[in-house]
Design a protein around this ligand. Sequence first.
Ligand code: RNT
Ligand code: ZN
Length: 421
Amino acid sequence: MKNEKIEKAYKVAKEKYAELDIDTDAAIRQMEDAVISLHCWQTDDVGGFEKPDAALGGGGIQVTGNYPGKARNMNDLMQDIEKVMSLLPGKQRLNLHAIYGDFGDKFVDRNEIDAKHYEKWIDWAKKLKTGLDFNPTCFSHPKADEGYTLSSKNEDTRKFWIEHVKRCREIGAVMGKELNTPCINNIWIPDGSKDTAVDRYTNRSLLKKSLDEIFETEYPEEYLKDSVESKLFGIGSESMVVGSYDFYLPYALKNNKLICLDNGHYHPTEQVGDKISACLQFFDEIMLHLTRGVRWDSDHVVVLNDEILHIAQEIIRANSLKRVNIGLDFFDASLNRIGAYVVGTRAAQQAFLISLLEPSDQLKIYENENKYFERLALLEIMKTMPFGAVWDYYCMVNDVPAGIDYIKEIQTYERDILNKR
Ligand code: RNT
Ligand code: ZN
């Protein structure tokens, strides 16, 4: 899709950036390494396919809204994600939750799942030449109703969830092997307490014990990578979360696992961007869940805000794009879900492209020379550079709609497909 207007604007922008020694073509090339793992669960509000009309329950996370057109089954989900991918520049993977298996009409409990339930996904990913990531689902289940899973004092419950997570790792390893790209199996559990808890020590030692047992089986790194995701609080776990940052950071480090940083899981003024350069001193790789926290909720659609930009900038400034696995994590049922993906993913991609267009050498020189006015001025000047022209060109060369054109495409999809569900 050649577009003269876009090319013309790009030419001007390219020259403007070149004045600051920034090569826009090189930045666009580097975007190849900014692969985004699309979370499947925005398509159906974290429902999954275990039974008809399955819905997210408990677990400290919530979906609100009932916008029409949610995915009802695997075919809908595949169709939706393919539509999303067709509107995004660059490369994406798909991040599945265990509840999205191919279970037919039979109820398959979490401790019974195996690779055959995900064969269709593997075939689909092969067809699309992409990779898969995976997540155990330790919520929306009667055995999670008491609020504790891997850290439960009920031995039956704890064993049940250990078995589930073990199977998820095995499934993930099959995905990685079949698709020739490591699958990241990310463990997040909802365990925590609404009110003041007094025996946190026992819960945390149980969680540690469960994880140790789960990780006993080793898989080749080319097939499977494990990550663990912490949280500050959730709905119903306001006073204490067992898997806190202080728990998982040392656990991951000591046990050679990845830490997953979800930017909705920290104190409101805490910056995940600032954690990047710290974690990268000790971890070979990290995992991200990009999201947008709004007051107490951590899962709004990502937009291009300071927080996301800071995260992307820190990764690029540390020259570490290849060491960061970028995932998304939001679920909003009050708007067109395909639109939510495209807005959220494009915002994340824009943050990376803006960061790649930063005059980082010059900024570092100013900083090293204590020229703080100059550093501040250049950072401010960058905010009004013609980034939009570079972005549109990036979309154009990737053969996807630029500017406002994707809005219409999603409206058409809504009319022709989503509204008929
Ligand atoms: C919850 C965590 C977790 C979930 C998904 C659905 O607070 O962020 O990543 O959102 O597993
Ligand atoms: Zn998350």
